[in-house]
Design a protein around this ligand. Structure first.
Ligand SMILES: NCc1[nH]cc(CCC(=O)O)c1CC(=O)O
Length: 314
């Protein structure tokens, strides 16, 4: 490989500024350092503020639009201010702008959601009418499906902010992705990982993707060295499912692909926002054919959804 980055011409990694985003950018840098025997000063982490970071006083679905956490970063990639961008794949729109692509993923972390209370209790321990904080339409719908008696309130902010809200009594419980807790080393937070049969995660939860310019052969070569093939196969299926349903992280859609040797198994579901109805599907295929399976699984749900099921789609 010619033309490796140096301290004089470092590889610039674009990222949001949250602690989790920075941890993910640093993991990407560390893996590239190891793969190419480079020093830390051959990299520069460039923090970019996005609309989603800036607006804290309204719910994400209210601000609307796709790419709330990505647009400014993708602009920096297109203009050449950065060389790659590191993203939580569950926050990524399913299609990238012309000229950009994502075909490199780091090894996926635990994809499950965790149920969080200060005393480590379970959902079943919550008294009738208890308040749960979450801004995720998916988690809200999944929770209300099981416990329609619960009161769900908006809970925005990073992991630290949400823990402070729990301590302040704004809500008795919340959900956080296991991947975030693990990547931030928040070992002191009492968490109960949700069984996958009780709560399917957001599509691509726990996966880190690295975006680059489509015509950047040097970055393509470098990223291929850190790409995790199994994560890629699972994400091919999950992203095809999401694309066919035209969903995003802000719609009540859940699903997960898992590899079992050469077989890819997928489970997915869509919900009404109030949790009153769930439509679930599952299937499997050879590991390499996940995209076709994801599309077929989504089509199955579209075919079965009664009139009006998708009224929440704008
Ligand atoms: N929507 C915010 C977001 N984006 C990615 C993660 C967690 C890490 C991941 O899923 O990769 C989180 C926080 C959360 O849902 O608890």
């Amino acid at each position: 490989m010619t033309d490796l980055p140096t301290s004089a011409a470092p590889l610039r990694i674009g990222t949001r500024g949250s602690l989790l985003a920075l941890a993910q950018a640093h993991e990407t840098r560390d893996r590239l350092m190891a793969a190419f025997d480079l020093r830390r000063d051959a990299f520069e982490v460039v923090v970019i503020k996005t609309t989603g970071d800036r607006v804290q006083d309204r719910s994400l679905s209210e601000i609307g639009g796709k790419g709330l956490f990505t647009r400014e970063i993708e602009d920096a990639l297109l203009s050449g201010e950065i060389d790659i961008a590191v993203h939580s794949m569950k926050d990524m729109p399913t299609l990238q702008p012309d000229g950009l692509l994502i075909d490199a993923y780091l090894p996926r972390e635990d994809p499950r959601d965790a149920f969080i209370t200060l005393d480590g209790g379970s959902i079943a321990d919550l008294p009738r009418g208890a308040t749960v904080g979450t801004s995720s339409l998916r988690r809200r719908a999944q929770l209300m499906h099981r416990r329609p008696d619960l009161n769900v309130v908006e809970f925005r902010g990073n992991l630290q902010t949400r823990m402070t809200k729990l301590r302040d009594g704004v809500a008795q419980a919340t959900f956080l992705a296991m991947a975030g807790l693990i990547r931030l080393g928040m070992d002191e937070v009492p968490r109960r990982p949700m069984d996958l049969s009780d709560m399917l995660p957001a599509l691509a939860q726990g996966a880190i993707g690295i975006e680059r310019r489509a015509d950047d052969a040097r970055m393509a070569e470098m990223l291929a060295a850190v790409h995790d093939r199994e994560t890629g196969l699972r994400l091919d299926c999950e992203r095809a499912f999401l694309l066919t349903l035209d969903g995003s992280c802000q719609t009540p859609i859940a699903g997960l692909a898992e590899l079992d040797g050469g077989t890819l198994r997928f489970r997915g579901e869509i919900l009404r926002p109030d949790g009153s109805e769930v439509l679930a599907t599952s299937g499997d295929c050879p590991a390499e054919e996940g995209a076709a399976l994801g599309t077929r699984m989504a089509q199955d749900l579209l075919d079965r959804a009664p009139d009006g099921f998708f009224d929440w789609r704008s």
